[in-house]
Design a protein around this ligand. Structure first.
Ligand code: PLP
Length: 338
């Protein structure tokens, strides 16, 4: 039995998902003639109460397209120091859009509206122009933490008062919606654009979408093409997305419950220094200073348990669709015996 908790992206399509993919009606999406892609885009746009959604091969490309849509070269985006767009998109913000990031020193990837106000540059010409605020929900490097929605509303107000666009990296927004009992629509009302992933908690092999209203999204198709993201009979993978929206959202609560139980188990181990509060499906913890991290990871791997290091002595486990109850019981047992 292999217990792979490195990421929620390691899942493989279930038989039900594969069946849905096999039956998909497809066409050439470059001509916008793929029926299944069109259905998926319409469905996601409706869920968020937005006019348009566009299907992307990756979350990175969806985010990068959003950055490009909202900014001009030389502009600045305000985001947290943990932001995926800053840390894990290969410097794409500068490469693709010629923009810089103003990093906020937040808490677990989150910050408040006063910090946004402080981060906005004065309008004098020698400053870079602040044009966008970006947040992540749930936060990845922040350990799956969920934003307080009231704080999001306060930041939206600051954006409106300062003529700033507002983008949400919602790669794991589904987890936040389930954990906090929120709706996609309430997020759609606040953000100019939102990216969501199908290939994380929802268990699809590929796919992300960017949603927004037509005025902004009209440029997205051209940018996706420039980034090399045009696809042809993409309906086969869009079908996986449609299947996941119907079948794999509610079950995220099982991932959350298991992550919480892992947190509790870790807290009982004497060689573990701290475990970050678990709100969704990510568990981040630190070993005591005298414990060799590489040795610990090897010991787990020898027992077919795989987790990853986040750097800075932080270790991460992520629960997901392929992490079954059976595997969960085995993991808890193994942790006890370490
Ligand atoms: C995974 C992830 C993305 C997108 O990643 P891709 O691997 O390009 O699909 C974007 N933002 C966050 C917060 C993520 O965790």
């Amino acid at each position: 039995m292999i217990i792979d908790l490195r990421s929620d992206t390691v899942t493989k399509p279930t038989q039900g998902m594969l069946n849905a993919m096999m039956k998909a009606k497809v066409g050439d999406d470059v001509f916008r003639e793929d029926e299944t892609v069109n259905i998926l885009e319409d469905k996601i746009a409706k869920m968020f109460g937005k006019e348009k959604a566009l299907f992307f091969p990756s979350g990175t490309m969806a985010n990068q397209t959003a950055l490009k849509l909202h900014t001009n070269p030389g502009d600045q985006v305000i985001c947290d120091k943990y932001a995926h767009i800053y840390n894990y998109e290969s410097g794409g913000a500068s490469f693709n859009s010629g923009i810089s990031c103003k990093l906020i020193d937040g808490n677990r990837g989150m910050f408040d509206s006063n910090q946004v106000i402080e981060a906005i540059n004065p309008s004098a010409y020698y400053y870079s122009k602040t044009s966008l605020v970006e947040i992540e929900n749930t936060t990845n490097k922040g350990g799956g933490a969920c934003w307080n929605f009231d704080e999001i509303l306060k930041i939206k107000k600051v954006c409106d008062e300062n003529n700033l666009r507002f983008h949400l990296d919602g790669a794991r927004l589904w987890n936040a919606l389930v954990a906090k009992n929120q709706s996609a629509e309430q997020y759609g009302k606040v953000f100019d654009t939102i990216s969501v992933c199908l290939s994380k908690g929802l268990g699809c092999p590929v796919g992300s979408l960017l949603v927004g209203n037509s005025e902004i999204m009209n440029g997205a198709l051209r940018i996706r093409k420039i980034f090399g993201g045009n696809m042809r009979q993409a309906g086969y993978i869009a079908a996986a997305g449609l299947y996941a929206l119907d079948n794999n959202i509610e079950r995220l609560k099982d991932d959350h419950k298991r992550a919480k139980e892992i947190e509790e188990s870790l807290c009982e181990l004497t060689f573990i220094k701290s475990v970050e509060l678990v709100e969704t499906n990510i568990v981040i913890f630190e070993l005591n200073d005298d414990v060799d991290e590489a040795l610990f990871l090897k010991k787990l791997a020898d027992n077919n348990i795989y987790i990853i290091s986040m750097g800075g002595r932080k270790l991460r486990m992520v629960t997901h669709l392929d992490y079954t109850e059976l595997k969960h019981e085995e993991l808890l047992k193994q942790l006890k015996s370490l």
